[in-house]
Design a protein around this ligand. Sequence first.
Ligand SMILES: Cc1cc2nc3c(=O)[nH]c(=O)nc-3n(C[C@H](O)[C@H](O)[C@H](O)COP(=O)(O)OP(=O)(O)OC[C@H]3O[C@@H](n4cnc5c(N)ncnc54)[C@H](O)[C@@H]3O)c2cc1C
Length: 419
Amino acid sequence: MQKKKDEMVIVGGGAAGLAAAVLCARNGVNVTLLEQNDRLGKKILVSGNGKCNIGNKTVSPERFHSQNPAFVKTVLKGYDAKIIEIFFHSIGLELVEGKEGKLFPMSMQAASVVELLEYAALEAGVKIVRSCAVNRVDRVDNHFTLETSQGTFNTETLLLASGSVAAPKLGGSSAGYAFATRMGHTLVPRYPSLVQLVSEERWVKQCAGVKLPGTATLFANGMQVTQKEGDLLFTPYGISGLTILDLSREVSLHLAQFDYCELSLDLMPRFTKEQLTNLLLGRVDAKSQKPLALWLQGILHKKLVPRILEVSKVKAKTESELNRKEIGKLVYALKHLKLSISDTKGFEHAEVATGGVNTAEVDPETMMSKVVKNLYFAGEILDVDGDRGGFNFHFAWVSAMRAAKATSAPASLGTSTSA
Ligand SMILES: Cc1cc2nc3c(=O)[nH]c(=O)nc-3n(C[C@H](O)[C@H](O)[C@H](O)COP(=O)(O)OP(=O)(O)OC[C@H]3O[C@@H](n4cnc5c(N)ncnc54)[C@H](O)[C@@H]3O)c2cc1C
C-alpha cells in the first residue's frame, strides 16, 4: 500500500468536499472529511429534482457571478465539462446530456452520485466523520486546530468546503464564513439566489397554482434590469417557476439596495403584439353576447382573467362590444402584467447564495488563501455562484479539483487515462 505522505482535513462532505477528498486521497494524502450531517451530500441528493444536474456542456465564465470575474475565468481555464466527465467516469459514474447542455448521471438518480463519490472516497482511504459539526477553527503556529462536536482535530492543511448559507435544512450554514473571517478573510455580502419571489399583491394569491409559459422582465426603480423566459407559477406567497428563479439573483441584489422591484409578465410570449392582436380580433363574433370573462377563458387560465380585465380597464362587457381599441388594451395587459415584488423567499428556500469569501484573497490556480498559508477553499463558500443548469455543481467540482491538485501533486483525476 502507498505510504500516506501528508495529512489534510476537509470541512464539508458536500459536492466540493467529496470530490476533493477522493482526489487528494488517491494521491496519497491522509484525508479526514468532517461532515455535520448524518448523511453526505444532502444537497446533491435533492438536486435537479432528484436527478442531479451535475454539470453543463456549455460551461463558460459568463454563466457565473462574482465580484471578481477574472477569478472565475482562471478557475475555469482548462476545467470544462470534459474534465468532469473524466472524473465521474473514474468513480464509475457515466453522464448523459439533456436539454440545453445539461449533464446528468446516466442513472438519472442523484443518490448514485453520492453513493459512488462516498465509495470512491472510502476506497481511497478517506476517513469520513459524519455528524461532526466544526464549531471553531484556530490557526496555531503552523497548524489549524478544529473544535468539533466530536473533539479536536489538528491539521497542517485545511480545506474549507462547507458551502453557503443557502438551504439550511440540507446543511446550508454560515459557519465556514465565520472560520474564514476569523482567520483574516473578508466576505462579499450574501443574498439568496435561484429562489422564489414574494408579492403582497392580493390578486396573485387568487391565481395560486396557475402555471404557464411566460417571460418576466425585472424593473428596479423603473429601470429595466433583465429579462428571462421559461415558465411562471403563481403561488399563495407570490411567484415561482424557472423564469423567476433565473432572475431572482438580480431581485435579491436590488431589494438589498431598497430598490422598488416590479416584474412585467408576458403571459403570451409565443405571440408578438401584432400576432396576439390578430388572434383576438379573429375571435370576435360581433353578434355574440358571450360575457367578456368567458370569452377570455378561450385563451387564458380562468384564474388570471379577473386581473387582466381589471388592469386593462376595458369597458366592454360582452364579446360583441369589443372593438380594436379595447382589444389593444387587452393585448397590452396580457403582455405587460405588472407584479410588485416585496421580498424573496430567503435562504431557507434558495438553491444557492450569491457572495461569500472574497475571491480577491484566494489564488484561482490553487484555491489557496492568500491570507493564510495552507488554507484552501472550494465550492459555494466562495463568492461565486452560477446560473441554473448545472453550473453551480460545475464550480464545486472544478474548484475541488484545483485544490486537490495543489495540495497533493502529482494531480490525477482518477484511474482513467482517457482525455
Ligand atoms: C434544492 C437544491 C437543488 C439544487 N440543484 C442543483 C442542480 O441541479 N445543479 C447544480 O449545479 N446545483 C444545484 N444546486 C446547488 C448545489 O447543490 C450547490 O451549489 C453545491 O452543492 C455546492 O457545493 P459545496 O460542496 O460548496 O456545498 P454543499 O454541497 O452545500 O456542501 C457543504 C457541506 O458542508 C457541511 N457543513 C457546513 N458547515 C459545516 C460545519 N461547520 N461542520 C461540518 N460540516 C459543515 C454541510 O452540511 C454540507 O454537507 C441545488 C441546491 C439546492 C438547495
